[in-house]
Ligand binder design. Structure first.
Ligand SMILES: *Cc1c(COP(=O)(O)O)cnc(C)c1O
Length: 456
């Protein structure tokens, strides 16, 4: 980089430190960090202002699906910008919203028949919470029962950062401090069979966790409007991959107990877990399906809450209006880009290519299986993760190694974001076999080097 360019970059970083506030940043540490200043992207590669190229190992925090500067998406965006960028969706409509809505309904599990747009995952959650409350209240009124007053969710669950979503959140570090502000859910342990909450082995752990959850659902049936969960993968909670059968067991119990099921597929949707939606893998048909993050291929903020006709009919009868909306509901630029992304997803054999890519990534990690500080290597779809552990597999206490590994990886050309003791890759689905392999190799080498000799 030329000295002038370097100076420009350093001034930017200094101004950022002085004037901005980054989400989920450790404020004391941030002052000493040297963040990449991203200038451009192409495919799964990012380039910073110094001209350093890095693989986008988190798909820009789980949103990017088809790579950066995807020609079909760029074109859709430019075409719409040439017509209109935004007009209100209150009392008016537009073709992008309609076409995308119909496309989403055709892709989603059967039974869903209406789409309510918003602009991020958290608001898609809020909408589902409010609507499930209204529909549940309506159902119970007919049965002569009193309305529900809360939700059922899982420990270590994550549904966004608005207060309703925080109430359904179960990540101690993020959510505990806001406890007094929210209505807490009825919660059951996450089925994390690596550290089984019941102290059992994998298959038994799944069954035992499901039994505990179902017992709690039965016990609190009268209070609960809906069960909200992240099907198959609790991503923010630590990339927890569920044991087979857990999802369908919970979904079945919810149905039997007359509780609505909200499948928060904000992170898992659009192929991340190997199928278009995670619910498909266990034949689950939720009452609500939430889409966000990758919906626009990772280009623009847009989310959707898909609901069944029963929900729509209930609210139509009472109160007749859903008093909820956002200034940018169904933004036309975002809808058009999302539609283009869905078309690429339908046209290209991205899902069928996942198993081979995943196998190659895991092959790169084979040497880690015997490393004394590495445990719980797991994968689902194109998501792959492992944990760092202390001596004799005890939980990690000193997390400074995580930052060290992140910095080493970055230097070698891979941008990642460790999650507690977990290191993971969520490559865009468009990642090639060799790019995926390279990501896994850089992460392994950075881990080995960062750990040095076994940590105590
Ligand atoms: C990221 C996420 C959300 C929140 O989405 P935002 O767009 O960040 O508000 C909700 N649910 C799940 C499962 C997520 O991973």
């Amino acid at each position: 980089m030329l000295p002038a360019e370097q100076e420009k970059r350093d001034l930017l970083v200094a101004a950022d430190r002085r004037s901005l506030w980054h989400p989920f940043a450790d404020l004391a540490k941030w002052e000493t960090e040297d963040p990449p200043v991203i200038l451009s992207g192409e495919g799964v590669w990012l380039t910073d202002m110094s001209g350093h190229r890095m693989l986008d190992g988190t798909a820009s925090l789980w949103v990017n699906l088809l790579g950066h500067r995807r020609p079909e998406l760029d074109r859709a965006l430019a075409l719409q910008a040439g017509l209109i960028a935004h007009s209100t969706f209150l009392g008016a409509t537009h073709d992008g919203a309609v076409l995308l809505g119909e496309k989403l309904l055709s892709l989603a599990p059967s039974g869903l028949s209406r789409v309510f747009y918003s602009d991020n995952g958290s608001t898609a959650v809020e909408i589902a919470m409010k609507l499930s409350y209204l529909a549940s209240r309506h159902r119970r009124k007919k049965e002569g029962r009193s309305p529900p007053s809360r939700f059922f969710s899982l420990e270590r669950g994550y549904h966004g950062d608005t207060l309703g979503a925080v109430g359904a959140g179960g990540i101690e570090r993020f959510h505990a401090v806001f406890g007094p502000l929210v209505r807490p859910s009825v919660t059951a342990p996450a089925p994390d069979c690596f550290r089984c909450p019941m102290g059992l082995f994998r298959q038994d752990c799944g069954l035992a966790c499901a039994s505990v959850a179902v017992r709690l659902m039965e016990e609190h049936r009268d209070e609960i409007a809906a069960v909200i969960l992240e099907p198959l993968l609790q991503a923010a909670g630590g990339m927890i991959v569920w044991p087979e059968g857990y999802l369908s067991r919970i979904a079945g119990a919810a149905k039997d107990l007359g509780l609505f099921l909200i499948a928060d597929e904000v992170a898992t949707g659009f192929g991340r877990t190997g199928t278009l939606f995670a619910c498909e893998q266990e034949g689950v048909r939720p009452d609500f399906l939430l889409a966000g993050k990758a919906l626009t291929g990772g280009y623009l903020p847009l989310a959707a809450t898909l609901v069944t006709e029963e929900i729509f009919e209930a609210v139509r009868e009472d109160p007749g209006v859903f008093y909820h909306g956002h200034s940018y509901t169904a933004n036309p630029l975002a809808c058009r880009v999302a539609l283009a992304a869905m078309e690429v997803l339908e046209r290209e054999p991205l899902l069928s290519a996942i198993p081979e890519k995943r196998a190659k990534m895991l092959e790169e990690w084979a040497p880690l299986t015997t490393h004394p500080n590495v445990a719980n290597i797991r994968s689902l779809g194109l998501v792959a993760a492992f944990d760092l552990v202390g001596p004799e597999g005890r939980p990690l206490t000193d997390f400074s190694v995580m930052g060290r590994i992140r910095d080493l990886a970055r230097r070698e050309g891979l941008l990642i974001r460790p999650l507690g003791p977990t290191l993971y890759l969520i490559p865009p689905l468009s990642t090639t076999l060799s790019e995926g392999t390279l990501m896994a190799r850089i992460l392994r080498k950075a881990t080995e080097e960062g750990l040095g000799t076994a940590i105590g």
